[in-house]
Design a protein around this ligand. Structure first.
Ligand code: ADP
Ligand code: MG
Ligand code: MG
Length: 938
């Protein structure tokens, strides 16, 4: 027993030659890359052999104080031996040396965030053998100089935690040396350098390493291997990886796997190549094979944007690359092979995949496949296409578009009419769709600063790299002069659904001088200049062009109706005007969850009602107040009636006056004078009465139901307006369903008090209008923790609850909503809180209040309707929480209604699936297979 426990954990999983110890289901352990390499092997797709060191090993590495676990060494050596056997070469062998790559790979892809080292194993002992074996010294020296560049950067500098000043990193120094060298040889491209050149360059690089990193470049293949493995683990905690995880919400505990894999070479000459492809167009979603490749190049060259990549086929040709030969033209047989793999992979994974491949002297090898990032538009089109192709079912289709991606579909595009009349100053590749307009900035730091200052900016870079991620996030749009559709900028922007144009080759960017020259013209763009990007076409304009939104799309409508078929929770909108109500309905709202009465006192057309409200507030006695209220009620009734009509019988929750009255006291002398005249008092008296209303803490002061308790006539007026509006609609043969909502309550006695008033008015209105009944409800907002705690009592009077999660969060946390700007940033940066609780419900704390209130409320009134009307109602994670908490509906701003509908449908599907699996997250593979057979047999 004791011995068995001592037996080490299995850290290493081999793959190669049609066999694998792992599979696609093992992403948590093997990372996405490792799991899918194994799966591709199992599918019989050609993959260079290798092995994956698990994420558990990474976790253990960190737990052990950054030391590789003792048990790892033997496992790695055994797996390496297996790889050697499969590939028929030996690592470190002077005659037939095997070279390997050390590749990072987390559970979720983090493009370019962590590091990979290629050509590991080249050293003085193996170089001659490599040259003899390939007969291609140029290739060997090219590979060697690449190894030195990557290894010095990744293993010797970054992994050691060295942080040289901007532009002083070893990689940058070597890149500059390479550029200078090319220049001195009159070489345009890397491929123009000779074997001798590359050899000299490699020697120079080694000297640079000694000089700058004060350590020799390791000349031992085993030292290189272990250095590479540890460096990949270390890169998990590199600055850029950590910041990416924070943005994407990836837990630090996951760790990364390391994939050690036999090298195959795309840089062996003109019959070798490397490329990246998507099984469908990731920007528009069309069912077209889409990819880029480079002849005589190694992996990273395509992504790095060093050379303009060529299209793999006609479908991928565009303005920038149409003159370059496609793979289809140059290597038709290999292209067909790749195309067949594309089909095989799509059928197997039933999704669009992002693939990496290398061709070594005519032989095709697959190096990676993963579910590809796509824009919202592409996600929608692919889901609908694959549904049509019967690749996926309706339920899967609904889960294929992330709820937040809809944002992008609902977002503006450049008005085509305006665009027709404008001339682009430069064109690039359409990497991220939609439109963006803002002031130019030239560095990531400037983008972050502009964003902080509340300015919209477009980040213009020569090309982006992972260090720019925060700035890319902060910008409304991204523009680069270099790089293709698979460049860093394109991948990241697409993942976020951000407007992005890459490879706008006509721009000559001077990041230091903060200017960009437009080739062939005398246009010079400067920092702060406004530009508009059309990311769907890749066009850049100066100035700001008008935009329109893109919801009329019939595919979008169809998709949403499929989603609605799965949804069990209602979705309403927060709307304060008849116009908003109309918008909300167009977006599919099934009612209004929050109509704020006070809205009619703000903005356009509010002069008269606001004046009357002020008159009411500043009146000295109840008779005066009653007079003002009577006049005011006309306006209140008008707005409510129009809104009820717009909703045609759908429920409308009308919240009675909520804000503290002093907010409405006029500050300007002119308004004060006007009011004084109307009230027949002096301006001084107006000022004095206003002062009396002053409160130290108005948010917790005389507001909400408290106004109705002090001035029952204010409640009565509003309720009368509601019932009269409803009675008129009913008498005219229409339908309506007002729901009266009492805000800021903390005790059932408040509800009793107000309910008695409502009832009295209700009877009066019915009688006066000769109607028997007006369909309505009476309920309350739950936004004070005490109300949640006493929800069972509240439910005795309330027929519905609506969680005002803005205030509930404010009071639950004791954070002033209006003052969080001062500290919330620190809370997030220092990871005190993982998210802004005003944007996404704090499920642990505030969520507990909600769940408890639902349960307590329904314990006394089983049919209690429960909704939420805070900002979080449109946040997908919050919507899911609401679904799981048994809420009847969520209510959010009209533009977020589709997002909430989709998120609610996905939540329903997720709980359906969880139910099917008896609560287990993932079905065991075999069980599914059996079940499937059973049904098929029936
Ligand atoms: P990333 O996760 O940043 O894409 P990868 O591990 O996929 O990093 O590697 C970077 C590049 O190196 C890719 O283009 C990949 O195809 C290439 N590459 C990795 N391993 C090998 C290998 N064994 N043989 C040839 N090319 C490789
Ligand atoms: Mg990759
Ligand atoms: Mg409130």
């Amino acid at each position: 027993m004791a011995r068995k426990q001592l037996r080490a954990r299995k850290y290493v999983y081999s793959f190669g030659a049609g066999k694998a110890e792992g599979d696609a289901g093992m992403k948590n352990l093997l990372g996405g890359k490792g799991a899918n390499l194994a799966e591709m092997c199992l599918l019989g797709i050609p993959v260079p052999a290798g092995f994956t060191v698990s994420t558990e090993c990474c976790t253990d590495y960190y737990a052990g104080g950054c030391r590789l676990p003792a048990a790892l060494s033997a496992q790695v050596l055994a797996a390496l031996a297996r790889t050697e056997k499969t590939m028929g070469m030996k690592y470190g062998d002077p005659e037939k040396p095997l070279l390997i790559s050390c590749r990072s790979g987390a559970r979720k892809s983090m493009p370019g965030m962590m590091d990979t080292v290629l050509n590991v194993g080249l050293c003085s002992a193996t170089i001659p053998g490599m040259i003899a074996k390939t007969g291609n010294p140029r290739f060997v020296w090219d590979s060697y100089r690449r190894l030195i560049m990557m290894y010095a950067d990744v293993v010797m500098e970054k992994a050691e935690g060295l942080e040289p000043a901007e532009g002083k990193g070893i990689r940058k120094i070597m890149d500059e040396t390479l550029d200078a060298f090319k220049h001195s040889r009159g070489a345009k491209s890397d491929t123009d350098l000779s074997a001798e050149d590359l050899k000299a360059l490699a020697e120079g690089f080694k000297q640079l390493v000694e000089k700058h990193l004060r350590k020799p470049f390791p000349d031992d293949h085993m030292a290189q291997l272990w250095g590479g493995i540890a460096a990949v683990f270390k890169s998990w905690n590199g600055r850029k990886a950590v910041s990416y995880r924070r943005i994407e919400g990836i837990p630090d505990e996951w760790g990364t796997a390391v994939n050690v894999q036999a090298m195959v070479f795309g840089n062996m000459g003109d019959h070798s190549a490397t490329g990246v492809a998507f099984t469908r167009d990731p920007a528009a979603g069309d069912n077209k094979f889409y990819g880029e490749w480079l002849v005589n190049a190694q992996g990273e060259d395509v992504v790095a944007g060093i050379r303009t990549p060529s299209p793999i086929n006609d479908d991928t040709k565009n303005e920038q690359n149409k003159h370059l030969p496609s793979m289809h033209e140059l290597m038709p047989a290999t292209y067909r092979e790749l195309d067949a793999i594309r089909t095989k992979l799509e059928r197997h994974f039933r999704d669009m995949l992002d693939i990496e491949f290398t061709i070594q002297e005519g032989k095709l090898w697959m190096l990676q496949c993963r579910v590809g990032k796509r824009t919202g538009t592409a996600a929608l089109n692919m889901a609908m296409d694959m549904l049509g192709e019967r690749l996926i079912d309706r339920k899967t289709a609904v889960t294929r578009v992330a709820a937040h991606q809809l944002d992008e579909l609902l977002h503006p595009v450049v008005d085509p009419k305006a665009e027709r009349e404008a001339a682009p100053i430069v064109k690039g590749l359409p990497a991220g769709p939609g439109a963006a307009c803002g002031g130019l900035v030239f560095t990531a730091e400037d983008a972050v600063a502009a964003h902080r200052a509340g300015r919209k900016c477009i980040l213009l870079r020569e090309e982006t790299n992972p260090e720019d991620v925060e700035g890319m996030r902060a910008a409304v749009g991204i523009l680069t002069a270099r790089g293709g559709m698979t460049s860093h900028a394109a991948l990241v922007a697409r993942g976020w659904g951000k407007c992005c144009i890459v490879g706008a080759g006509g721009l000559h960017v001077d990041a230091v001088g903060r200017t960009a020259r437009v080739a062939g013209s005398d246009v010079v763009l400067k920092e702060g200049d406004t530009v508009t990007l059309n990311g769907t076409r890749g066009y850049v304009y100066t100035g700001s062009l008008p935009m329109i939104d893109s919801t009329e799309n019939p595919r979008f409508q169809k998709f949403m109706s499929i989603a609605d078929g799965f949804r069990t929770m209602g979705v309403r909108a927060n709307a304060d005007t008849p116009a908003d109500a109309g918008t909300a309905r167009a977006f599919g709202a099934e009612g209004i969850g929050l109509f704020r009465t006070e809205h009619m006192f703000y903005g356009e057309g509010s002069d008269q009602p606001l004046f009357l409200l002020r008159k009411m507030i500043l009146s000295s006695g109840s008779a005066e107040r009653a007079g003002a209220l009577r006049e005011l009620s006309v306006f209140v009734k008008r707005d409510i009636k129009a809104t009820l009509q717009a909703m045609e019988g759908l429920p409308v929750t009308i919240r009675l006056l909520d804000p503290p009255l002093h907010e409405f006291v006029p500050q300007g002398a002119e308004k004060q004078a006007e009011l004084a005249a109307a009230l027949g008092i002096t301006q001084e008296e107006v000022r004095k009465r206003g002062e009396k209303l002053h409160e130290n803490n108005p948010m917790m002061g005389h507001r909400g139901v408290r106004l109705g308790i002090t001035y029952p006539e204010i409640t009565a007026m509003q309720v009368r307006a509601i019932f009269e509006a409803a009675a008129e609609i009913v008498k005219a043969g229409g339908k309506c369903r007002p729901e009266i909502m009492i805000p800021v309550t903390c005790d059932v006695n408040e509800l009793k008090h107000q309910k008695a008033l409502c009832l009295k008015v209700y009877e009066e209105v019915c009688k006066a209008n000769g109607v028997k009944k007006i369909d309505h409800m009476y309920g309350t907002m739950i936004e004070i923790p005490r109300a949640a705690l006493l929800a069972n009592r509240m439910a005795e009077e309330a027929q519905f609850f609506s969680f005002g999660t803005n205030d509930l969060t404010q009071m639950g946390f004791g954070f002033s909503r209006d003052d969080i700007g001062g500290f919330l940033g620190d809370y997030l940066d220092k990871k005190i809180l993982s998210a802004d609780p005003f944007q996404t419900i704090d499920q642990d704390g505030v969520g507990q209040l909600i769940r408890m209130a639902v349960e307590k409320g329904r314990s006394v009134r089983s049919g209690l309707k429960v909704g939420i009307c805070g900002e979080q109602g449109g946040d997908p994670a919050s919507v899911q929480f609401c679904h799981n908490s048994g809420l009847s509906y969520v209510s959010c701003s009209p533009y977020r209604v589709p997002i909430a509908r989709l998120a609610a449908a996905q939540a329903a599907i997720a709980s359906m699936e969880a139910g099917k699996n008896g609560g287990r997250r993932k079905p065991a593979k075999r069980a599914v297979g059996k079940a499937a057979k059973k049904t098929a047999g029936r």
